[in-house]
Design a binder for this molecule. Structure first.
Ligand SMILES: O=P(O)(O)OC[C@H]1O[C@@H](O)[C@H](O)[C@@H](O)[C@@H]1O
Length: 289
């Protein structure tokens, strides 16, 4: 399958497949991989790639049953529309527009532009969703970032404290959302939470040492170019743990020990975009230590 390799003169590299515009590798140095991709991931141009950073759009989950879980962006073939190399940044831009197939699933006209910017120390992935039609539409979007870890038992995540969350594992209706009380969140069971966080920054620690930071923002861009930040972008925290891992054909039974997903997005509701308006959802992955 076609893919694009970004190489920074300082040594960092990134690899992106046109299929889903899925980022599958980010190495800040030749020896260090930041992203997790399952050994059983399929690269068949049909199934979403299990790992890296699949793009979720226009729905998170499957509230519209006629559309696949997490939408069609991650299983569509994107076009490489631009590349650029400057003194500091290596950049690639991918585009996806509506087709007859997408309009059958979701009857709207859109332009998705996905920009990957590799610097010596960071990788920024920026998804711009523009309403190209004449009617408003409602959508959700998320950057489904799979981070690799050495041992999930030694992992802690900072940045969720004080934020309300929906616990998708508990799956029972609650009158008021619980709030995260822990400064450091560890993972010792199936975890699937939508944090309604305004923190905009999650830090992953391994054995007490900071390893990687995911910084993120979301905003609406108006027709005239002005923008308004969404004060509370969401961040999903996911680890399938034992049973869910066994149930996934494209994921190893014990691979839950080697990954955790930190997924910035706008998913706790559907967001409305007027004609000509756009959403910008952006994350910067910053390896540390
Ligand atoms: O198997 P999929 O469709 O890639 O989804 C993986 C997971 O993605 C997460 O974002 C969801 O919160 C989980 O509920 C889901 O299981």
């Amino acid at each position: 399958m076609p893919r694009v390799l970004l190489k920074h003169k300082a040594g960092a590299t990134a690899e992106v497949y046109n299929f889903g515009a899925t980022l599958t590798s980010y190495k800040p140095t030749p020896e260090r991989e930041v992203l997790f991709v399952s050994h059983k991931a399929l690269f068949d141009g049909q199934k979403a790639i299990r790992g890296g950073v699949p793009l979720v759009f226009p729905q998170f989950g499957q509230s519209k049953k006629e559309m696949a879980q997490h939408g069609f962006a991650r299983t569509s073939h994107w076009e490489l529309s631009d590349t650029a190399v400057t003194e500091d940044v290596v950049r690639a831009v991918f585009h996806l527009t509506d087709t007859e197939t997408t309009r059958m699933l979701w009857p709207f006209s859109f332009l998705l532009s996905y920009t990957l910017s590799l610097t010596a120390q960071t990788l920024t992935t920026s998804l711009r969703i523009e309403n190209k039609g004449e009617a408003p539409f409602e959508a959700q979007a998320l950057l489904h970032t799979y981070l690799c870890v050495r041992d999930i038992g030694q992992v802690a995540l900072r940045g969720f404290q004080h934020h309300p969350f929906v616990d998708k594992v508990a799956a029972q209706a609650v009158e008021r959302l619980p709030t995260e009380t822990r400064d450091s969140v560890n993972i010792a069971q199936e975890t699937d939470r939508v944090y309604q966080t305004g923190a905009n920054e999650i830090t992953l620690l391994e054995r007490g040492a900071e390893r990687v930071k995911v910084e993120y923002t979301a905003c609406t861009v108006n027709r005239d170019g002005s923008d308004e930040a969404l004060p509370h972008p969401d961040c999903v925290l996911w680890n399938p743990w034992v049973q869910k891992s066994q149930a996934m054909a494209d994921f190893g039974d014990r691979e839950f020990e080697e990954m955790v997903c930190v997924e910035p997005g706008i998913v706790s509701e559907f967001y409305s975009l007027a004609p000509g308006q756009a959403f910008l959802l952006e994350q910067t992955i910053r390896p540390l230590g």
